[in-house]
Design a protein around this ligand. Sequence first.
Ligand SMILES: [Ca+2]
Ligand SMILES: [Ca+2]
Ligand SMILES: [Ca+2]
Ligand SMILES: [Ca+2]
Length: 301
Amino acid sequence: MSFDGKTIEINYWFNGQKGNFDDPAHKWGLSQTGWYPGWGTKVVGPGPEITNFDTLSPNYNPFSWEQTTGIFSMDFSGKGLNIQFYDTGLFKYHNYNWNGPAFSDVGINNLPKIIGFRLTTNMSFLDASDIKIMDNGNTVLIDWFWGTFDKTTYVNLDFKFEIDPPPGGKYYPFKGTKGNDYITAGKGADVIAGGKGADVFVFHKGDTGKTKKKADLITDFSAKQGDKIDLHKWDADSTTKGVQDFDFIGKHKFTKEAGELRYQKSGKETLLMGDTNGDGKTDFMIKFKGHITFADGDFIL
Ligand SMILES: [Ca+2]
Ligand SMILES: [Ca+2]
Ligand SMILES: [Ca+2]
Ligand SMILES: [Ca+2]
């Protein structure tokens, strides 16, 4: 999915210490009319779009959001959205739940629904749980509360849209970078590769099916690299109120206890399976290329 020619709305929830927002050179080409500072619309295209943006003047802090001296650029080059920061900033928390930029579709579904994403960042305190897809897939929030910025900070988001073409019946494959990626591919039978680095593959309820045909496939899981399967948001026991953790039982068979997670080899693949209602049957499955021997440490449960 490319952003090319699409209109999205950008809300960067932070104020700054230098620069002047009213300076046309620093407006990102965004119209401010009718919006509070920080909102605007932008028709995005390939290549670097927004660079050297000086944030708000020191005294202009109407909403008491984040403060930073950060200057950043945004690059909508093709399918990814890259946010690069420069400068070290004063970073202040003002008691808001969300502290970071938000990206919204503008108008009536110019962008298809976002149902998954890949996050690559070297920012401390930012992981997949800090990315929220809101408004039925039309808004993405990033919470980098407690994070710190410097010249090398990067946050890269690559979205999966509902209509991503399924080559070979699959959604557009998620490929991680050589760094540490958080990948949540959302619904549909996905093919996911983390690439090098310690990658976290995050699954929410319903993200992968219960048959081999409908299950997500991870093609390069590597415990050696520190890759992990994150199921902690998936309720392991549908028979008990609240969200319970899975119990990894290795290659043992299900014992009709809700929340059991087991694996087995199947052909050239390894299947990871969970029983969430305690009937001893598989309720969801994740496939892995090759034969993998899983251990407790491979999971975030
Ligand atoms: Ca999926
Ligand atoms: Ca990676
Ligand atoms: Ca990896
Ligand atoms: Ca439950």
